[in-house]
Design a binder for this molecule. Structure first.
Ligand SMILES: [Zn+2]
Ligand SMILES: [Zn+2]
Length: 219
């Protein structure tokens, strides 16, 4: 078995505890695994930012500008150099097998959220064709959950990039097709500013959804 990240051979560790049991197949070598920083104690309890105590500045700001929209975010790993490399390979080169390396921790991270509607972030048709898959849907599937489609994108990501200024001024790129009477969990790869998930959450809340939180692999 080779490491899905660096392709080095993974030597099975044999200890007294593994001696009688079949050795668990690892997808990532210990060097790569050590570069992937797990968020054990989130700094900000609302968004899982690591370098903060209590509510971070962004969350305090969100509380003022869009109170009660997102009921919290959970993430599994820090978005560090390893994570950036991982995401670039996974998303842009379509290396599907990479996600399997994080599958177990993703599933653990979703403990307690499995009853919620796992809603994915839609891509434009153009982008999905180009990439070959939807990253958010892939994470939900890797977690063994059913991806729920409640949104559409208004226009392509390229257009919205061109109009970055407008986008910053809070234009919502999503349209809600259907609301949910049950709690929703929006799943994505990275939580950066939290704007994307709040765009979606605001529409859901306006449509009567009782609770909207988010889950991302990286923060
Ligand atoms: Zn490796
Ligand atoms: Zn925060």
């Amino acid at each position: 078995m080779r490491c899905v990240i660096c392709f080095e051979e993974i030597l099975p560790e044999v200890t007294w505890s593994t001696f009688y049991k079949p050795v668990e197949e690892k997808k990532m070598c210990s060097t790569c695994a050590s570069k992937n920083e797990k968020i054990t104690v989130p700094g900000c309890t609302a968004c899982f930012r690591m370098d903060s105590k209590g509510l971070c500045r962004d969350c305090l700001q969100w509380q003022k500008t869009s109170p009660g929209v997102l009921d919290g975010n959970k993430s599994v790993y820090a978005y560090n150099a390893f994570a950036k490399d991982f995401v670039a390979r996974w998303k842009y080169r379509g290396d599907y097998v990479l996600l399997e390396a994080l599958q177990e921790e993703i599933q653990k991270g979703l403990t307690g959220d499995r009853e919620k509607q796992a809603v994915y972030v839609p891509l434009s048709e153009e982008r999905e064709k180009e990439r070959g898959f939807n990253q958010s849907k892939a994470i939900i599937q890797a977690a063994g959950l059913q991806p729920v489609s409640l949104f559409q994108r208004k226009h392509s990501e390229k257009q919205s990039k061109r109009k970055k200024r407008d986008r910053m001024e809070a234009e919502n790129p999503f349209t809600l097709i259907e609301t949910s009477p049950d709690p929703v969990l929006i799943v994505d790869d990275i939580y950066t500013t939290g704007r994307t998930v709040r765009h979606m959450a605001s529409l859901l809340k306006a449509g009567g959804c009782p609770s909207v939180s988010s889950f991302t692999i990286f923060r």
